[in-house]
Design a protein around this ligand. Structure first.
Ligand SMILES: [Zn+2]
Length: 330
């Protein structure tokens, strides 16, 4: 994932109404009196301890760099785990050409709840670890453990899948772990997000679509702030506004901040461009300091993870599933 442009626009919005007829609106109003509760019965099954254990497990395989035995072992474990929770699962094997013209295997791991449901939500994260610590001062050519930049999003989605297997929504849910997101170099256009680019051209089921999608990237950092990424806001404003409003109502407003930041090139962009599924990106980025200080360094290990952040994100997602945007009534 790389940063495209940085510009900041302060966005103030309020939820003016929440019924099937009028829905959630983004407005320029800051009148708090108009805020109406979105969630009838909050769901609170998400366990941050379980999510943390899923991060530990991924790291126990070592560096998940495409083409290595560690990568394949982790892929097999992810598939087995997701398969044990979901109704249907897919192990998509493909290949991609890297920025330096190397052919690498690409494994996208997919699990679906209610595969025949017409109304669907897509949830995704990348599971590979960056092959180089190019933002570090030492051992810059060695891979990183990628506890936050990869494993955290997967862990939140696995924990969500574990809960959904026991408390299934009526809506269709597809969880995708994209491979080779972090195999890119900023100087090379489209060199990141190789797994999602492959999937967007080779959908796991013909004509697959979803009402909207949510991508998680770096969702376990201490005091993380998730802002309105510009791409998400331009093509999936309804999902962005709704997700941030759900987070605020659950008390996670210190993490989910309604300020727009620049565009970030991430898996959601490739999904949207090819499939037109409006997808948002929940990603830690601070307009003052950029990505976290351990980003793309050897310090992106278990020490970078805060269970409270995992909970804020997981708790928000499970409630977005059971209280989706009004345009997706089910
Ligand atoms: Zn990265």
């Amino acid at each position: 994932m790389r940063l495209k442009t940085i510009f900041i626009v302060s966005a103030v919005y309020s939820i003016t109404c929440f019924t099937s007829s009028c829905g959630t609106k983004s407005t320029e109003s800051d009148n708090d009196d108009e805020i109406v509760k979105l969630i009838e019965k909050p769901v609170s099954n998400f366990s941050q301890d379980s999510a943390y254990a899923f991060i530990e497990k991924q790291l126990s395989f070592g560096f998940r760099v495409s083409g290595t035995p560690e990568h394949l072992k982790c892929a097999n474990w992810l598939y087995q785990k997701l398969n044990s929770y979901t109704d249907t699962s897919y192990f998509q094997k493909g290949s991609a050409t890297t920025y330096n013209k190397k052919q690498i295997p690409v494994y996208n791991i997919i699990g679906s709840f209610n595969p025949s449901a017409k109304k669907r939500i897509l949830l995704a994260s990348h599971w590979d670890s960056r092959p180089w610590a190019d933002a570090d001062d030492v051992n810059t050519d060695k891979p990183i453990l990628a506890a936050n930049d990869g494993a955290s999003g997967v862990a939140v989605l696995l924990e969500l899948a574990r809960n959904l297997s026991k408390n299934k929504p009526n809506v269709g849910i597809d969880i995708i772990f994209f491979d080779a997101e972090d195999y890119g170099k900023s100087e090379f256009e489209n060199s990141f997000c190789l797994g999602s680019q492959y999937w967007a051209k080779n959908l796991h089921t013909p004509n697959y679509t979803a009402h909207f999608g949510i991508l998680l990237d770096m969702v376990g950092g201490k005091n993380a702030q998730f802002m309105w990424e510009a791409g998400s806001n331009s093509w999936a404003n309804f999902a962005l506004v709704h997700t941030w409003a759900v987070a605020a109502e659950l008390g996670h407003g210190s993490y989910f901040v309604s300020t727009q930041i620049g565009e970030i090139i991430d898996d959601h962009k490739y999904v949207y461009e090819k499939t037109k599924i409006p997808m948002i990106d929940i990603i830690q980025y601070d307009p003052q300091n950029g990505f976290a200080p351990y980003w793309h360094t050897h310090d992106d290990n278990l020490g970078s993870i805060d269970k409270n952040t995992l909970f804020a994100v997981g708790h928000t997602l499970e409630n977005v599933i059971f209280t989706p945007p009004p345009s997706l009534e089910y």
